[in-house]
Write a protein that binds this ligand. Structure first.
Ligand code: SF4
Length: 72
């Protein structure tokens, strides 16, 4: 996937949490999280817009969300 420098992962059990999904959808300024009936879905096409603001990390329980830089 050229041009993709960030990956965002939500831990499997946390991803099914509808409340957390809503929170993540709200906090992310670039809409990387989408809340669905089944929980949170990562909007892959928006990943490159990630500003590394860490709002998602602050909104989630420790370890539930990971923002991974794919570059040095
Ligand atoms: S770090 Fe900020 S921009 Fe990146 S996914 Fe989390 S909330 Fe969205």
């Amino acid at each position: 996937m050229p041009g993709l420098f960030i990956d965002v992962k939500v831990e499997a059990s946390a991803a099914k949490d509808a409340e957390l999904a809503k929170k993540l959808e709200e906090v992310c300024p670039v809409s990387i999280f989408e809340a669905t009936d089944a929980g949170v879905v990562i909007v892959t096409e928006n990943l490159d817009e990630c500003t590394l603001c860490d709002l998602c990390l602050e909104a989630a329980p420790p370890g539930a969300v990971q923002v991974i830089k794919l570059y040095e």
